[in-house]
Design a protein around this ligand. Structure first.
Ligand SMILES: [Zn+2]
Length: 272
């Protein structure tokens, strides 16, 4: 193996695009090297691949940890929701119970970054979910359509979901609508981590906000469908580069993110 370079060699790159200020580099595994550059978001595989039932992970959590300390995703076989926080990788089971993920476990879809916020502020008053997202949007760094967020504090309500493990032959991610478990956490303290991606990133990503929650005791958590913060500290990190690692057989088609697929994502992931 050649010595790792700061950037993938051109021959390793599958695709390179500049979309709305977000530099997207897609590479095969050999072309993806661990980096500690700020404002780089690393992702393995694409949301489209997940929708197509590609639930078999090929990247270990030990490898994922080389690319970020904050983020979200899922595990092999769609075995729960993953929350990455302070370099720890946690799994929320279908009932929202949290366990630590072993470094040898694998992920078919994950997004992480080495979180270094460029904006920090506090929201004192209780807010409904939509008003909360609007507040995040108001404070997001200008000219930065994609960003990573971390929100710590008190929540009157977190409505979350998780998913039970799937067995091959895998069906589409649409199984989520039948099999997801939705639960409500009330009067909790904890942390929300996640990302905002603009609509152009659809196919690769959940457009809008994709947020996961874990409580302060690291006992309950999941994918956030809605929340009502009541006194939280917010940090926002600008994301200027997206490094995509594409497993074998996964491509970046020109037709990423059809309208029908987008509607399906919105239905499953909630309004961004
Ligand atoms: Zn999620």
């Amino acid at each position: 193996m050649a010595a790792p370079a700061a950037n993938p060699a051109a021959s390793d790159l599958v695709d390179e695009r500049l979309i709305h200020g977000l530099h997207v580099q897609a590479a095969r595994r050999a072309g993806v090297h661990a980096e500690h550059e700020p404002h780089v978001v690393f992702q393995t595989s694409t949301l489209d691949a997940l929708f197509d039932g590609d639930f078999e992970g090929d990247l270990s959590f030990a490898e994922l940890a080389q690319h970020g300390d904050l983020g979200l995703g899922t595990l092999d076989g769609l075995d729960g929701e993953m929350i990455a926080l302070d370099g720890r990788f946690l799994r929320a089971d279908p009932d929202g119970a949290i366990t630590e993920i072993p470094p040898t476990a694998k992920t078919p879809f994950a997004v992480v970054t080495f979180f270094s916020p460029v904006v920090a502020f506090r929201i004192e008053e209780p807010l409904e979910h939509e008003a909360f997202l609007a507040a995040l949007n108001r404070h997001a760094p200008p000219g930065s359509p994609s960003c990573a967020v971390r929100i710590d504090g008190a929540f009157e309500l977190v409505r979350a979901r998780s998913v039970p493990r799937q067995r091959p032959p895998y069906r589409s991610l649409a199984v989520l609508s039948d099999e997801q478990h939705v639960f409500e956490l009330r009067g909790v303290r904890g942390t929300i981590v996640g990302f905002r991606f603009a609509a152009y990133a659809q196919g690769l990503e959940v457009p809008g906000y994709h947020l996961h929650f874990v409580d302060a005791e690291r006992r309950r958590g999941g994918h956030v469908l809605a929340c009502r913060p009541a006194g939280v500290d917010v940090g926002i990190d600008r994301a200027s580069e997206l490094h995509l690692e594409l497993p074998p057989g996964i491509g970046l088609g020109p037709g990423q993110g059809s309208d029908a697929r987008r509607a399906e994502i919105e239905r499953l992931e909630g309004p961004g």
